[in-house]
Design a protein around this ligand. Structure first.
Ligand SMILES: [Zn+2]
Length: 284
């Protein structure tokens, strides 16, 4: 069994952040990376107990510089990304399950630690086909495109609630902390979080066939509201429809193409270049 783990740095218990002008700043980054790596390892241990024999961990925060590979569980490999001309990332139909660790809620969610949507300095909010969405929902749909169930999400309590909104009531989550405001939080003890991550990962992977994969819509409209009009100018140049000074809409009949457009690809180009379909790398 092959499992994909997407990571972010805001969600682990103990990660410490502050206000940084309008956005977020994680402090003590080396410690934050170690805390994330420990949560990843706890999850990997549970996945191995449930029969996973290939586990790819994506260092998903910022420039892929959070996870300490020297501390990584021996059953996992680590993927990092650095170049602009690449497939948007490497989840595909060869995986049996997807996991999100260290997740955070979308921009503007109340009592959600370091809440933001992709950029805490740039994006005021996103709606997909009218529904508010952030990084968690986009990742769930990204996996669902290849018919891969997202079996587990961890992050603060708000991130877990957001995940369940996309996964449905059979979704599994592990709450790491409880935010009082965007920058104030009560962390659960990291040792008890890790223990729960191991148990839940094992249970969720064993139960993966009962976890529904969200249906893909026939077409997608992604509304991007930026904090600064300059960002809307940039997207308009790439072909997005300009709605108002700060807002654009991206459109596609294909979720991966839409996802690629978010990352700067012209409509249709990414999937054509890499031959991406919903069966991309499907096992025979
Ligand atoms: Zn993030």
């Amino acid at each position: 069994m092959k499992v994909y783990i997407m990571t972010d740095l805001e969600g682990p218990s103990g990660v410490n952040g502050r206000a940084d002008s309008i956005g977020n700043k994680i402090i003590n980054e080396a410690t934050a990376g170690r805390l994330l790596t420990e949560e990843v390892n706890a999850c990997v241990e549970g996945l191995v107990r449930a029969g996973a024999d290939e586990i790819v961990v994506w260092d998903g925060h910022g420039g892929s510089n959070s996870i300490d590979i020297t501390m990584l569980h021996p059953a996992a490999s680590l993927a990092t990304i650095g170049a602009p001309i690449l497939r948007t990332n490497f989840l595909d139909a060869s995986y049996d399950a997807a996991v999100q660790l260290g997740a955070h809620a979308f921009q503007g969610e109340n009592s959600a630690y370091l809440n933001h949507t992709f950029s805490s300095h740039g994006i005021a909010g996103m709606r997909l086909n009218g529904k508010r969405i952030g990084e968690i929902g986009m990742q769930v749909l990204h996996a669902a495109y290849f018919r891969v169930p997202t079996i587990l999400v961890s992050g603060d309590r708000a991130a877990c609630a957001e995940a369940l909104d996309f996964l449905g009531e059979k979704g599994e989550t592990v709450s790491t902390k409880d935010a009082v405001s965007r920058y104030t939080v009560i962390n659960r003890n990291p040792l008890s979080v890790r223990k729960e991550l191991t148990e839940m990962a094992e249970r969720a992977l064993k139960n993966r066939r009962n976890i529904p994969v969200p249906e893909m819509s026939a077409s997608f409209e992604l509304e991007y509201r930026f904090m600064c009009p300059n960002s809307a100018d940039e997207f308009e140049k790439r072909g997005a429809e300009r709605v108002d000074c700060q807002t654009v809409i991206l459109r596609s009949d294909d979720f991966m193409d839409l996802y690629a457009q978010m990352h700067g690809w012209a409509p249709g180009l990414h999937n054509r270049k890499y031959g991406i379909t919903r069966d991309y790398n499907k096992k025979r």
